[in-house]
Each structure stands twice: as C-alpha cells, then as structure tokens.
Write a protein that binds this ligand. Structure first.
Ligand code: ATP
Length: 247
C-alpha cells in the first residue's frame, strides 16, 4: 500500500463522543459527537440556554455530570482535573473575562505565566503578547479595573495564551462590547490569531461576527447538535437560522 495511505492521521485537537451532561439530574446535553482538527476555528452557536457554556464546561470537566468521552490532542481526558487538561495547551477565555481588576495589566499577564512556570515550550512571552496586542503594551501599568470592555477582553485572551495554549475556547467574547470594539478586538485580534493557525472554539450569540471568523459552524438546540458544517452552508440555510438561531 502506498505510504500516504498507511500514514496515521494526526489526532484530532478535540474529540467528543456520546457526550452528555446534566445539572442535578436534569439532562442538558445529549449524545454530542464532534471532532475538531488543529487550526480549525469553530463557531459554537445556539439560542440562549441551548447548552453552549455547558458543552465548554464539560470539555474542561468544570461542572456538570458528564457521560461519554472527551479527548484533547489524542489524550483521553475524560474525568481529568481541569488544571491537568489545561497543561495540554488548552485555555478558556471565560464569559465575563475573569481578569483580576485590582491587578495591573502586566500583573495579570505575569500571573498566567506563573501557572505554567514549568512548561517546556514557551512559545508565548510577555514581549510576544505585547507585539500581538499593542494596546495592552500601552496599558501595561494600568489597573485592569480601569480598562474598557474591549481592552479587558484582549487581556483575557492574552492571559489565556500566556499559559502556553495553542487551543483556546472563548465563551461569548463579544458580550457587552460596542460594535467598534467587536471589530477591533474580535475581528482584528482574534482574526489574526486564527490566521496564525491557533485552534479556537468561539461560543457566540453574535452569529454574524462568529461566522466571519469561523472555518466551521456547529449549532446546538436543546443540548443536541442540529447543524455541523461550513459557515457558508449555514448562512444559506435561512430555515435553520430562523428555527434554531432566532434570526
Ligand atoms: N449551574 C447550573 N445549574 C443548573 N442548571 C444550569 C446551570 N448552568 C446552566 N444551567 C441550565 O442549562 C441549560 C443550558 O445552559 P447554558 O448556559 O449551557 O446555555 P448557553 O447556550 O451557554 O446559553 P447562554 O447563551 O445564555 O449562555 C439552561 O437551561 C440553563 O438554565
């Protein structure tokens, strides 16, 4: 057999199989199957309460009871503590950003680096973060509590990257941002990271924005995947958009 056909396929960056989740016995996710390759940018879409945040929490083993299997970069991480999953280079940019408001921008960034002090691969340094996010370099000595919403989102993303992540999950990054900040922070900075090959999952209510960045879209409804395909296919399917995204 030719070598090409026998060569092993690279492990998926993320693989979910038969994933289910519940809170206090109430089922939220059922039978979610998904495989994401390195470098893909996935828009995770769905109405309020469809289960996007629950799916993210399940990947990271943060909260709900989970059935099924989760693999990250070829490791079966089902049941692993979150910090151990994070050491594989996966970081969360949580809804509401989660930065420490009493620390300066630089102190927030240095904190993230401390968490992964022993990481062998230091592809992300403060200098690189400031080069990618020049606005943070300008604000390095400012208290994080004094930042604009867009700057705070940039800080949360930079902090995730400084844990030496090459795969980030963003939960509602555009929430609460003015249109100009969405253009600048999300389309500008996140778009640059996407073009550089970072693997991303972007859970969003802002469908139009997410689909501008994504290479692939998944729509959740009542905890199940009802669409998995190309952004252009979703954009052309007005019935599905109306039924499951309220557009
Ligand atoms: N900690 C919790 N305890 C109990 N139920 C929860 C909890 N978190 C979420 N839920 C419920 O799980 C369902 C899915 O919520 P989830 O936050 O995952 O949806 P979502 O798609 O992220 O929505 P949103 O866009 O509003 O954030 C909702 O019915 C919600 O009320």
């Amino acid at each position: 057999m030719p070598a090409l056909l026998t060569a092993e396929k690279p492990a998926a960056c993320l693989s979910l199989s038969g994933l289910s989740a519940s809170y206090d016995g109430v089922g939220i996710l059922s039978d979610v199957d998904l495989a994401l390759a390195q470098g893909e940018v996935l828009a995770l879409l769905g109405r309020n309460g469809a289960g996007k945040t629950t799916l993210i929490s399940s990947i990271l083993n943060l909260e709900p009871t989970v059935g099924g299997r989760v693999s990250v970069k070829g490791h079966d991480v089902t049941g692993w503590p979150t910090h151990r999953i994070a050491r594989l280079g996966l970081a969360l940019v949580p809804q509401g950003r989660g930065v420490f408001p009493n620390l300066t921008v630089e102190e927030n960034l240095r904190m993230a680096m401390l968490w992964t002090r022993g990481a062998p691969d230091r592809r992300w340094t403060l200098e690189r973060a400031y080069e990618v996010f020049p606005r943070l370099a300008e604000r390095r000595r400012s208290s994080s509590g004094a930042l604009s919403g867009g700057e705070r989102q940039l800080l949360a993303i930079a902090r995730a990257l400084l844990t030496q992540a090459d795969f980030i999950i963003l939960d509602e990054p555009s929430e609460g941002l003015a249109p100009l900040a969405i253009e600048d922070v999300i389309i500008g900075s996140v778009g640059r990271l996407a073009r550089e090959g970072l693997t991303m999952v972007i859970a969003e209510q802002n469908v139009a924005m997410a689909l501008r960045l994504a290479t692939r879209a998944v729509v959740l409804a009542h905890g199940r995947i009802v669409f998995d395909g190309a952004p252009a296919t979703l954009l052309a399917d007005t019935d599905l958009q109306r039924e499951h995204l309220g557009l």
